[in-house]
Design a protein around this ligand. Sequence first.
Ligand SMILES: N[C@H](CCC[C@H](N)C(=O)O)C(=O)O
Length: 276
Amino acid sequence: MQFTKMHGLGNDFIVVYGEKELPADAGERAQRLCNRFFGIGADGLVFILPSEKADFKMRIINSDGSEAEQCGNAIRCVAKYVYDNGLADRTELTIETLGAGVQPLQLAVEDGKVRQVRVDMGAPILNGLDVPTTIDANPVVGHQVEIDGREFAFTAVSMGNPHAVIYVDDAVHFDLAKWGPKLETHPLFPRKINVEFAKVNSRGQVDMRVWERGAGPTLACGTGACATLVSSVLNGLTDRQATISLAGGDLFIEWSEEDNRVYMTGPAEIVFTGEA
Ligand SMILES: N[C@H](CCC[C@H](N)C(=O)O)C(=O)O
């Protein structure tokens, strides 16, 4: 299998083009190939497939073999892959995902290579039961949960995949490994959840670190950055556009008042190609 190793702010993927549909063993392949010691090493395995509704379709499998509905950093990588490899000759593309349907993207190109991508990530889903959580509220803002004697208040946002955003005093040094897994698998979240720990520094800038469902700590999470911006607006902490600063770098996120859609702008990189 030919693959291209790519990343968005250090959230890295094995990208595969050429399959007509998702292989039946995609989950097993992801577990094997994403392993950082016995495989190529990545946070996820991404398939670029034909679509009847958009230019391309993206399916994303986490490193634990579970399929995610959506992935912000991966969709920017897919856009870069298809343009840089001559599979698309326009700087306005559409990519279909399970969680957000047909998503328009704008590519910023320099010397024939994609440098930045602006993605329409769709409207946030705020009804608690649809995120999903077991909480019948719309929206779920500052919901308290106690874990091992520590209280957390989270805001639940789906960008097609589920997120719980928690505000802390120091996101950069937060102990993700201690608290991330316990929140990811809490019974409040029927399909588990991605957990973002955020520190708002101004109405235009937020530090955020993420424990991802099915992948653990990653250097960046595009849908998590979108969820963090939406949550911060709902909590009255930021304006409707802000820079979300992750371990791997910055994403610029806007939640439009006009169309209620969230726009994410950030880079994507190709690292190497190979055969597995
Ligand atoms: N682990 C996530 C999928 C990847 C999302 C993240 N890498 C992004 O950039 O949005 C989930 O199971 O929902």
